[in-house]
Design a protein. Structure first.
Length: 271
């Protein structure tokens, strides 16, 4: 039986950042495309759309966005909820039904759960969210990744919108002549270490880089209507789960790569 050299696992783990194909320092900017500080109709399955700039890094490190619309005031009818949310938005190929990138941005989308026909209670809402990614620490000869800790980014509470029931508001409309709302950023620093460490570096916000063209807005509107495989989507955006072999490796989750590394380490220990 072939014996795997003892350095294989350690070397493999040390090369993880290079395998991911991420340039350091790697800043991921979070911009809110929808909703904005506007008045909207209280439509069912109300959508939310983020742009995560630096798609390679966002997908390589993974992300989970826990979000909600918090009611600040308005209709006092108790049949309504005080906060509305939907499933977490993540990079999971199994949980995400919208797997598209625009230029260098991941489009991360979600909708208010409609299991009970929920539509927004008329009134004003704060868009609130938290963004969790992967950070890590080294233990013995293996690397363990965990969610939370330094890999945590919270909304600045800078978007408040109004929902109305009389039809006088906007629908799922994204303006062509306005930039998305800058909502935060985080940076992975040293890429030569086994674990990319979170850095205090702050880049100049550039939300206009995440601005969409009409075809891409039409794709999002098609997704909202239940069709995320329309021609306008496949021609104006790129799928992040169907790529070349090299890009697929770069976009593989860190956790999946670590499982492979752990498996190698186990084999080394056995043999």
């Amino acid at each position: 039986m072939v014996r795997i050299p003892a350095m294989t696992a350690a070397t493999w783990l040390a090369l993880i950042p290079r395998v991911l194909g991420v340039d350091y320092p790697a800043t991921i900017e979070v911009d809110l495309i929808f909703p904005r500080n506007e008045t909207y109709n209280n439509m069912t399955s109300f959508p939310i759309v983020f742009a995560l700039q630096n798609a390679d890094a966002a997908l390589a490190f993974g992300y989970t966005i826990d979000w909600e619309f918090v009611w600040l005031g308005g209709d006092e009818d108790e049949k309504f909820l005080d906060a509305y949310t939907g499933p977490d938005i993540s990079d999971s190929i199994y949980l995400s039904d919208f797997k598209y990138t625009h230029d260098d941005s991941v489009l991360a989308v979600g909708q208010v759960s409609n299991r009970n026909g929920y539509y927004l209670r008329p009134g004003t809402y704060l868009v609130q969210w938290t963004y969790d990614t992967v950070t890590c620490w080294v233990s013995d000869t293996t690397t363990t990744y965990h969610i939370g800790g330094d890999g945590y980014l919270a909304s600045g509470g800078n978007v408040v919108f109004t929902a109305v029931a009389d039809g006088s508001g906007l629908g799922f409309e994204i303006p062509l002549d306005e930039c998305p709302v800058y909502s935060g950023q985080w940076t992975a620093g040293d890429g030569t270490a086994t674990c990319p460490e979170f850095s205090s570096f702050e880049a100049e916000p550039e939300p206009c880089k995440a601005q969409l063209a009409q075809e891409q807005i039409s794709c999002l509107q098609e997704w909202y209507r239940g069709n995320n495989e329309s021609e306008v989507c496949t021609t104006s955006l790129e799928r992040w789960d169907v790529e070349s072999g090299a890009a697929s490796v770069a976009h593989a989750s860190v956790f999946s790569l670590l499982l492979a590394g752990w498996f190698i380490a186990v084999i080394v220990g056995i043999f």
